[in-house]
Design a protein around this ligand. Structure first.
Ligand code: ADP
Ligand code: MG
Length: 204
């Protein structure tokens, strides 16, 4: 069992028609600033030793302009030393939306399973997730969403239901076929007309 490196995981998502948010490893504040090109960005420390990055203060969102980005970069370069070896990744800042989790796991009895629910802190707070055996049909994906108490929040009152159904089917195919043991896309930020996958964890 090993965790896939971020860009290896990204590549696998792309093969299955999923598009992760624009990201790049940066090794200086200057590189981070030029990645931003004037827009807000997010900087994060990635390390196998940091499972909950934000809890450890390893995610800084909404950085804009050379000064802010430089300060953010320097802070993470300092904090990252506690989690060495580590890398700093720069990402576009996702537009506002609802954070959902799409995950996968191997169940001792049922094999590959896909999971969906409200993302972020709500995963643990509400235990409102729904699970199915991979691969799922379109009908299964629809039922997965209908089973959730949070279905209206997750689907924007149904407005982006079809988009999430499409995401679930692609993830289910990937998880079943690619020999993954664990998968967490947490969060996928969903909104009318689009989504952003901003945190990827894959174990093979
Ligand atoms: P972790 O789950 O390890 O704490 P994440 O990468 O999921 O780290 O980041 C924590 C939170 O920060 C996310 O749930 C989301 O709210 C926010 N976040 C992370 N990356 C982005 C991004 N690119 N754009 C907007 N918000 C982000
Ligand atoms: Mg996360």
């Amino acid at each position: 069992m090993h965790m896939l490196e971020y860009f290896e995981a990204e590549k696998l998502l792309r093969i299955y028609g999923l598009s992760p948010i624009r990201s790049k490893y940066v090794s200086s504040a200057q590189e981070a600033a030029s990645f931003s090109d004037g827009d807000e960005i997010v900087l994060k420390v990635l390390s196998d030793k940091a499972v909950h990055k934000s809890k450890a203060g390893l995610v800084i969102a909404g950085l804009k302009g050379e000064d802010e980005i430089t300060r953010g970069y320097e802070e993470l370069a300092r904090k990252g030393k506690g989690f060495a070896p580590f890398r700093i990744i720069a990402q576009d800042m996702a537009k506002k939306g609802t954070e959902i989790i799409i995950g996968g796991k191997i169940d001792g009895q049922f094999g590959s399973m896909i999971m969906v629910g409200l993302g972020g802190i709500y995963v643990e707070a509400f235990k409102d997730v729904s699970l199915r055996v991979c691969p799922i049909t379109e009908y299964d994906a629809m039922q997965m969403l209908d089973d959730l108490r949070s279905r209206d929040i997750i689907t924007g009152g149904g407005e982006y239901k079809n988009m999430i159904i499409d995401l679930l089917m692609k993830v289910s195919r990937m998880f079943g076929e690619a020999g993954l043991k664990e998968l967490d896309l947490n969060p996928v930020i969903v909104r009318k007309g689009g989504y952003d996958i901003v945190d990827i964890r894959m174990v093979k």
